[in-house]
Design a binder for this molecule. Structure first.
Ligand code: NAP
Length: 360
Protein backbone atom coordinates (compact mmCIF):
# COMPACT_ATOMS: atom_id res chain seq x y z
CA UNK A 1 0.00 0.00 0.00
CA UNK A 2 1.42 3.44 -0.87
CA UNK A 3 1.62 5.66 2.14
CA UNK A 4 -0.51 8.80 2.20
CA UNK A 5 1.59 11.95 2.61
CA UNK A 6 -0.08 14.29 5.07
CA UNK A 7 0.40 18.04 5.64
CA UNK A 8 -0.83 19.40 8.98
CA UNK A 9 -1.81 23.04 9.42
CA UNK A 10 -1.58 23.69 13.17
CA UNK A 11 0.76 20.79 13.96
CA UNK A 12 1.55 21.80 17.56
CA UNK A 13 -2.08 22.21 18.63
CA UNK A 14 -4.60 19.84 20.17
CA UNK A 15 -5.84 18.43 16.83
CA UNK A 16 -2.38 18.67 15.24
CA UNK A 17 -0.59 16.61 17.90
CA UNK A 18 -3.38 14.02 17.97
CA UNK A 19 -3.13 13.75 14.16
CA UNK A 20 0.62 13.11 14.54
CA UNK A 21 -0.18 10.46 17.14
CA UNK A 22 -2.53 8.64 14.74
CA UNK A 23 0.07 8.88 11.93
CA UNK A 24 2.87 7.59 14.21
CA UNK A 25 0.83 4.53 15.13
CA UNK A 26 0.06 3.77 11.48
CA UNK A 27 3.34 4.44 9.73
CA UNK A 28 2.52 1.69 7.23
CA UNK A 29 -0.28 3.91 5.89
CA UNK A 30 0.74 7.51 6.47
CA UNK A 31 3.80 9.74 6.50
CA UNK A 32 4.23 13.36 7.49
CA UNK A 33 4.78 15.53 4.43
CA UNK A 34 4.63 19.00 5.95
CA UNK A 35 3.95 20.88 9.15
CA UNK A 36 2.83 24.42 9.91
CA UNK A 37 3.01 25.72 13.47
CA UNK A 38 2.75 29.00 15.32
CA UNK A 39 5.16 29.59 18.19
CA UNK A 40 5.40 26.27 20.06
CA UNK A 41 8.43 24.08 19.27
CA UNK A 42 8.13 21.55 16.44
CA UNK A 43 10.22 18.56 17.40
CA UNK A 44 10.31 16.76 14.06
CA UNK A 45 11.45 17.19 10.50
CA UNK A 46 9.37 16.95 7.33
CA UNK A 47 9.66 18.02 3.67
CA UNK A 48 8.10 21.31 4.78
CA UNK A 49 8.39 22.66 8.32
CA UNK A 50 6.94 26.15 8.40
CA UNK A 51 6.68 28.56 11.31
CA UNK A 52 4.16 31.42 11.36
CA UNK A 53 7.03 33.88 11.88
CA UNK A 54 8.97 32.74 8.76
CA UNK A 55 9.08 35.69 6.35
CA UNK A 56 7.76 33.61 3.44
CA UNK A 57 5.34 31.50 5.56
CA UNK A 58 2.18 32.29 3.61
CA UNK A 59 3.66 31.44 0.21
CA UNK A 60 5.31 28.25 1.52
CA UNK A 61 2.06 27.05 3.09
CA UNK A 62 0.32 27.42 -0.27
CA UNK A 63 3.22 25.64 -1.98
CA UNK A 64 3.05 22.79 0.57
CA UNK A 65 -0.71 22.19 0.38
CA UNK A 66 -0.75 22.24 -3.43
CA UNK A 67 2.47 20.23 -3.90
CA UNK A 68 1.99 17.22 -6.22
CA UNK A 69 3.51 14.91 -3.56
CA UNK A 70 1.03 15.98 -0.86
CA UNK A 71 -2.03 13.68 -0.68
CA UNK A 72 -3.97 14.91 2.29
CA UNK A 73 -4.15 18.17 4.25
CA UNK A 74 -5.40 18.37 7.85
CA UNK A 75 -6.68 21.87 8.62
CA UNK A 76 -6.36 22.51 12.36
CA UNK A 77 -5.52 26.20 12.64
CA UNK A 78 -8.04 28.15 14.69
CA UNK A 79 -10.04 30.79 12.88
CA UNK A 80 -10.14 32.71 9.64
CA UNK A 81 -6.48 32.18 8.72
CA UNK A 82 -7.33 28.59 7.77
CA UNK A 83 -9.58 29.60 4.86
CA UNK A 84 -7.02 30.43 2.16
CA UNK A 85 -4.84 27.29 2.48
CA UNK A 86 -7.92 25.03 2.74
CA UNK A 87 -9.40 26.48 -0.44
CA UNK A 88 -6.01 26.18 -2.18
CA UNK A 89 -5.68 22.51 -1.17
CA UNK A 90 -9.17 21.67 -2.41
CA UNK A 91 -8.58 23.53 -5.68
CA UNK A 92 -5.39 21.48 -6.15
CA UNK A 93 -7.43 18.27 -5.83
CA UNK A 94 -6.24 17.28 -2.33
CA UNK A 95 -8.27 15.43 0.26
CA UNK A 96 -8.82 17.75 3.23
CA UNK A 97 -9.54 16.64 6.81
CA UNK A 98 -11.23 19.72 8.23
CA UNK A 99 -11.14 20.47 11.95
CA UNK A 100 -11.42 24.24 11.55
CA UNK A 101 -15.17 24.82 11.45
CA UNK A 102 -14.61 28.56 10.89
CA UNK A 103 -13.66 27.77 7.27
CA UNK A 104 -17.17 26.56 6.40
CA UNK A 105 -18.81 29.24 8.54
CA UNK A 106 -17.03 32.01 6.65
CA UNK A 107 -17.28 30.70 3.13
CA UNK A 108 -19.42 27.57 3.05
CA UNK A 109 -20.66 28.04 -0.52
CA UNK A 110 -17.19 28.73 -1.91
CA UNK A 111 -15.55 25.84 -0.08
CA UNK A 112 -18.26 23.29 -0.93
CA UNK A 113 -18.06 24.30 -4.60
CA UNK A 114 -14.43 23.11 -4.55
CA UNK A 115 -14.92 20.10 -2.26
CA UNK A 116 -16.14 17.43 -4.72
CA UNK A 117 -16.41 14.81 -1.96
CA UNK A 118 -12.81 15.40 -0.90
CA UNK A 119 -13.70 17.31 2.28
CA UNK A 120 -13.82 15.07 5.35
CA UNK A 121 -15.03 16.43 8.68
CA UNK A 122 -12.93 16.08 11.84
CA UNK A 123 -15.26 17.91 14.21
CA UNK A 124 -16.64 14.99 16.25
CA UNK A 125 -20.30 15.91 15.67
CA UNK A 126 -19.85 16.16 11.90
CA UNK A 127 -17.77 13.02 11.78
CA UNK A 128 -20.62 11.27 13.63
CA UNK A 129 -23.19 12.54 11.13
CA UNK A 130 -20.94 11.62 8.22
CA UNK A 131 -20.54 8.09 9.59
CA UNK A 132 -24.33 7.79 10.12
CA UNK A 133 -24.80 8.78 6.46
CA UNK A 134 -22.46 6.18 4.95
CA UNK A 135 -24.55 4.00 2.65
CA UNK A 136 -27.61 6.25 3.03
CA UNK A 137 -29.30 8.55 0.53
CA UNK A 138 -29.29 12.24 1.44
CA UNK A 139 -32.91 12.68 0.38
CA UNK A 140 -34.01 10.26 3.10
CA UNK A 141 -32.53 12.47 5.82
CA UNK A 142 -35.27 14.14 7.86
CA UNK A 143 -33.17 15.90 10.49
CA UNK A 144 -29.66 16.23 11.85
CA UNK A 145 -29.28 16.36 15.63
CA UNK A 146 -26.07 17.92 16.95
CA UNK A 147 -25.20 17.07 20.53
CA UNK A 148 -23.69 19.72 22.83
CA UNK A 149 -22.06 18.91 26.16
CA UNK A 150 -23.28 22.25 27.51
CA UNK A 151 -19.76 23.24 28.58
CA UNK A 152 -18.69 24.24 32.09
CA UNK A 153 -21.59 26.62 32.77
CA UNK A 154 -24.60 24.42 32.09
CA UNK A 155 -25.76 24.75 35.71
CA UNK A 156 -24.18 28.07 36.76
CA UNK A 157 -26.68 30.74 37.90
CA UNK A 158 -27.27 33.10 34.97
CA UNK A 159 -26.53 36.17 37.10
CA UNK A 160 -23.04 34.78 37.89
CA UNK A 161 -21.90 34.31 34.27
CA UNK A 162 -20.64 37.91 34.15
CA UNK A 163 -17.94 37.16 36.72
CA UNK A 164 -16.60 33.96 35.17
CA UNK A 165 -12.80 34.12 34.72
CA UNK A 166 -10.89 32.93 31.63
CA UNK A 167 -9.32 30.16 33.76
CA UNK A 168 -12.76 28.82 34.73
CA UNK A 169 -14.05 29.03 31.16
CA UNK A 170 -10.97 27.17 29.89
CA UNK A 171 -11.82 24.15 32.09
CA UNK A 172 -14.08 22.12 29.78
CA UNK A 173 -15.75 19.17 31.57
CA UNK A 174 -15.28 16.63 28.73
CA UNK A 175 -12.81 17.69 26.05
CA UNK A 176 -9.23 18.98 26.19
CA UNK A 177 -8.93 21.49 23.34
CA UNK A 178 -7.24 24.73 22.28
CA UNK A 179 -8.34 28.00 23.96
CA UNK A 180 -10.51 29.45 21.15
CA UNK A 181 -12.72 26.38 20.74
CA UNK A 182 -12.90 25.89 24.53
CA UNK A 183 -14.30 29.39 25.05
CA UNK A 184 -16.66 28.85 22.11
CA UNK A 185 -17.82 25.70 23.91
CA UNK A 186 -18.50 27.69 27.09
CA UNK A 187 -20.73 30.23 25.26
CA UNK A 188 -22.09 27.51 22.94
CA UNK A 189 -21.05 29.70 20.00
CA UNK A 190 -19.21 26.51 19.08
CA UNK A 191 -22.59 24.84 18.50
CA UNK A 192 -23.72 27.85 16.47
CA UNK A 193 -20.64 27.55 14.25
CA UNK A 194 -21.28 23.80 13.98
CA UNK A 195 -24.88 24.37 12.87
CA UNK A 196 -23.62 26.41 9.93
CA UNK A 197 -20.85 23.89 9.27
CA UNK A 198 -23.37 21.00 9.16
CA UNK A 199 -25.71 22.95 6.89
CA UNK A 200 -22.95 23.39 4.29
CA UNK A 201 -21.30 19.99 4.66
CA UNK A 202 -24.46 17.92 4.34
CA UNK A 203 -26.71 20.33 2.39
CA UNK A 204 -29.48 20.08 5.00
CA UNK A 205 -31.61 23.24 5.57
CA UNK A 206 -31.01 25.02 8.89
CA UNK A 207 -34.55 24.41 10.12
CA UNK A 208 -33.88 20.67 9.93
CA UNK A 209 -30.78 20.84 12.11
CA UNK A 210 -31.36 20.67 15.87
CA UNK A 211 -29.16 21.06 18.90
CA UNK A 212 -29.68 18.89 21.97
CA UNK A 213 -27.69 19.11 25.20
CA UNK A 214 -26.05 15.80 26.07
CA UNK A 215 -23.73 16.29 29.06
CA UNK A 216 -21.99 12.89 28.80
CA UNK A 217 -20.57 13.58 25.28
CA UNK A 218 -20.87 9.89 24.44
CA UNK A 219 -23.35 10.23 21.57
CA UNK A 220 -21.45 12.45 19.16
CA UNK A 221 -24.51 13.31 17.03
CA UNK A 222 -27.55 11.70 15.40
CA UNK A 223 -29.40 11.54 12.10
CA UNK A 224 -33.16 11.05 11.84
CA UNK A 225 -34.37 9.46 8.60
CA UNK A 226 -37.68 9.84 6.77
CA UNK A 227 -38.89 6.40 7.94
CA UNK A 228 -38.62 7.54 11.57
CA UNK A 229 -35.40 5.75 12.48
CA UNK A 230 -32.66 7.52 14.34
CA UNK A 231 -28.99 6.60 13.90
CA UNK A 232 -26.26 7.75 16.27
CA UNK A 233 -22.51 7.37 16.55
CA UNK A 234 -21.12 6.76 20.02
CA UNK A 235 -17.60 6.69 21.36
CA UNK A 236 -15.25 8.03 23.97
CA UNK A 237 -14.66 11.79 23.82
CA UNK A 238 -11.30 11.37 22.08
CA UNK A 239 -10.55 13.34 18.91
CA UNK A 240 -8.17 10.67 17.62
CA UNK A 241 -11.25 8.72 16.53
CA UNK A 242 -12.70 11.31 14.09
CA UNK A 243 -9.14 12.17 12.98
CA UNK A 244 -8.49 8.50 12.13
CA UNK A 245 -11.83 8.24 10.32
CA UNK A 246 -10.93 11.28 8.20
CA UNK A 247 -7.42 10.04 7.44
CA UNK A 248 -8.27 6.44 6.58
CA UNK A 249 -11.75 6.68 4.98
CA UNK A 250 -13.26 4.34 3.83
CA UNK A 251 -11.15 2.05 6.01
CA UNK A 252 -11.21 1.93 9.79
CA UNK A 253 -7.90 1.82 11.59
CA UNK A 254 -7.57 -0.83 14.30
CA UNK A 255 -7.36 0.12 17.98
CA UNK A 256 -7.55 3.91 17.67
CA UNK A 257 -9.22 4.27 21.08
CA UNK A 258 -10.32 1.93 23.86
CA UNK A 259 -13.61 0.35 22.83
CA UNK A 260 -16.64 1.61 24.71
CA UNK A 261 -18.54 -1.33 26.24
CA UNK A 262 -22.33 -0.98 26.15
CA UNK A 263 -22.50 -1.84 29.85
CA UNK A 264 -20.28 1.16 30.59
CA UNK A 265 -22.66 3.64 29.00
CA UNK A 266 -24.78 4.16 32.10
CA UNK A 267 -27.42 6.86 31.90
CA UNK A 268 -27.36 9.09 28.86
CA UNK A 269 -29.23 12.39 29.17
CA UNK A 270 -30.62 14.53 26.34
CA UNK A 271 -32.01 17.93 27.29
CA UNK A 272 -33.47 20.78 25.24
CA UNK A 273 -31.20 23.77 24.68
CA UNK A 274 -31.93 26.67 27.05
CA UNK A 275 -31.94 29.59 24.60
CA UNK A 276 -31.93 32.26 27.32
CA UNK A 277 -28.76 30.86 28.86
CA UNK A 278 -27.19 30.13 25.47
CA UNK A 279 -28.32 32.66 22.82
CA UNK A 280 -25.32 31.98 20.53
CA UNK A 281 -26.74 29.08 18.47
CA UNK A 282 -29.86 31.17 17.71
CA UNK A 283 -27.68 34.07 16.62
CA UNK A 284 -25.69 31.78 14.33
CA UNK A 285 -28.93 30.51 12.79
CA UNK A 286 -30.00 34.11 12.10
CA UNK A 287 -26.62 34.94 10.53
CA UNK A 288 -26.78 31.86 8.31
CA UNK A 289 -30.37 32.62 7.29
CA UNK A 290 -29.33 36.18 6.32
CA UNK A 291 -26.85 34.61 3.89
CA UNK A 292 -23.24 35.38 2.99
CA UNK A 293 -21.30 37.23 4.26
CA UNK A 294 -23.23 37.50 7.58
CA UNK A 295 -21.74 34.27 8.97
CA UNK A 296 -18.27 35.73 8.27
CA UNK A 297 -19.26 38.80 10.32
CA UNK A 298 -20.45 36.53 13.15
CA UNK A 299 -17.23 34.53 13.00
CA UNK A 300 -14.83 37.48 12.95
CA UNK A 301 -16.64 39.41 15.70
CA UNK A 302 -16.63 36.23 17.77
CA UNK A 303 -12.89 35.61 17.20
CA UNK A 304 -12.06 39.14 18.32
CA UNK A 305 -14.42 38.91 21.29
CA UNK A 306 -13.01 35.56 22.48
CA UNK A 307 -9.47 36.98 22.31
CA UNK A 308 -10.63 40.04 24.31
CA UNK A 309 -12.30 37.81 26.92
CA UNK A 310 -9.09 35.77 27.27
CA UNK A 311 -7.16 39.03 27.82
CA UNK A 312 -9.64 39.90 30.58
CA UNK A 313 -11.04 42.88 28.67
CA UNK A 314 -14.70 41.85 28.37
CA UNK A 315 -16.93 39.51 30.42
CA UNK A 316 -18.08 36.15 29.06
CA UNK A 317 -21.65 37.27 28.19
CA UNK A 318 -20.06 40.26 26.40
CA UNK A 319 -18.86 37.91 23.65
CA UNK A 320 -22.34 37.12 22.37
CA UNK A 321 -23.51 40.69 23.09
CA UNK A 322 -20.87 42.18 20.80
CA UNK A 323 -21.43 39.56 18.07
CA UNK A 324 -25.13 40.38 18.11
CA UNK A 325 -24.40 44.08 17.86
CA UNK A 326 -21.99 43.52 14.93
CA UNK A 327 -24.63 41.51 13.07
CA UNK A 328 -27.23 44.26 13.56
CA UNK A 329 -24.84 47.01 12.47
CA UNK A 330 -23.55 45.23 9.35
CA UNK A 331 -25.11 46.19 6.03
CA UNK A 332 -23.63 44.29 3.14
CA UNK A 333 -23.95 41.27 0.90
CA UNK A 334 -21.87 39.00 -1.29
CA UNK A 335 -20.27 35.59 -1.20
CA UNK A 336 -17.06 35.96 -3.23
CA UNK A 337 -13.79 35.47 -1.37
CA UNK A 338 -13.09 39.22 -1.54
CA UNK A 339 -16.54 40.06 -0.15
CA UNK A 340 -16.18 37.51 2.64
CA UNK A 341 -12.72 38.83 3.59
CA UNK A 342 -14.02 42.41 3.47
CA UNK A 343 -16.87 41.45 5.84
CA UNK A 344 -14.31 39.74 8.10
CA UNK A 345 -12.21 42.95 8.23
CA UNK A 346 -15.30 45.09 8.81
CA UNK A 347 -16.35 42.97 11.81
CA UNK A 348 -12.86 43.10 13.37
CA UNK A 349 -12.78 46.90 13.04
CA UNK A 350 -16.33 47.11 14.38
CA UNK A 351 -15.37 45.01 17.38
CA UNK A 352 -12.64 47.42 18.41
CA UNK A 353 -15.09 50.33 18.33
CA UNK A 354 -17.90 48.42 20.06
CA UNK A 355 -15.91 46.50 22.71
CA UNK A 356 -15.64 49.56 24.94
CA UNK A 357 -19.44 49.69 25.14
CA UNK A 358 -19.86 46.06 26.28
CA UNK A 359 -21.50 46.04 29.70
CA UNK A 360 -19.39 44.62 32.50
N1 NAP B 1 -9.25 20.52 19.86
C1 NAP B 1 -10.35 19.88 19.57
O1 NAP B 1 -10.68 18.89 20.23
C2 NAP B 1 -11.20 20.34 18.44
C3 NAP B 1 -12.40 19.65 18.18
C4 NAP B 1 -13.16 20.03 17.08
C5 NAP B 1 -12.76 21.08 16.27
N2 NAP B 1 -11.61 21.74 16.57
C6 NAP B 1 -11.22 22.86 15.71
O2 NAP B 1 -9.89 22.66 15.24
C7 NAP B 1 -9.21 23.90 15.10
C8 NAP B 1 -7.92 23.83 15.91
O3 NAP B 1 -8.26 23.64 17.27
P1 NAP B 1 -7.19 23.20 18.35
O4 NAP B 1 -7.98 22.93 19.58
O5 NAP B 1 -6.30 22.13 17.81
O6 NAP B 1 -6.38 24.55 18.52
P2 NAP B 1 -4.99 24.80 19.29
O7 NAP B 1 -4.73 23.69 20.26
O8 NAP B 1 -5.07 26.19 19.81
O9 NAP B 1 -3.90 24.69 18.13
C9 NAP B 1 -3.83 25.64 17.11
C10 NAP B 1 -2.69 25.32 16.18
O10 NAP B 1 -2.61 26.36 15.20
C11 NAP B 1 -1.32 26.99 15.26
N3 NAP B 1 -1.45 28.41 14.97
C12 NAP B 1 -2.14 29.35 15.63
N4 NAP B 1 -2.01 30.54 15.02
C13 NAP B 1 -1.20 30.34 13.96
C14 NAP B 1 -0.69 31.19 12.94
N5 NAP B 1 -0.97 32.50 12.88
N6 NAP B 1 0.10 30.64 11.99
C15 NAP B 1 0.42 29.33 12.02
N7 NAP B 1 -0.03 28.48 12.97
C16 NAP B 1 -0.83 28.99 13.91
C17 NAP B 1 -0.87 26.76 16.69
O11 NAP B 1 0.54 26.91 16.75
P3 NAP B 1 1.33 27.22 18.15
O12 NAP B 1 0.52 26.62 19.24
O13 NAP B 1 2.64 26.59 17.88
O14 NAP B 1 1.40 28.71 18.27
C18 NAP B 1 -1.32 25.32 16.88
O15 NAP B 1 -0.47 24.44 16.20
C19 NAP B 1 -10.20 24.97 15.61
O16 NAP B 1 -10.85 25.56 14.53
C20 NAP B 1 -11.20 24.18 16.44
O17 NAP B 1 -12.49 24.75 16.45
C21 NAP B 1 -10.83 21.39 17.62
Amino acid sequence: MTRKRVAILGATGSIGTQTLDVIDRHRDRFEVFGLLAGSRPLDREARYTIRAADPDAEARVLEMVTHPDCDLVVTALPGARALAPTLAALRAGKVVGLATKEVLVMAGELVMAEAHHRLRPIDSEHSAIWQCLWGEQLDSVARLVLTASGGPFLDRALKDLGTVTPAEALRHPRWSMGPKVTIDSATLMNKGLELIEAHHLFGVPLDRIEVVVHPQSTVHSLVEFSDGSLKAQLGRPDMRLPIAVALAYPDRLPGVVEPLAAAELGTLQFLPLDQERFPAPGLARQAAAAGAPYPAVLNAANEEAVAAFLRGEIPLPGIVQVVESALSAYKGSGSTLEEVMEADRWARDYFHIAAGKVST
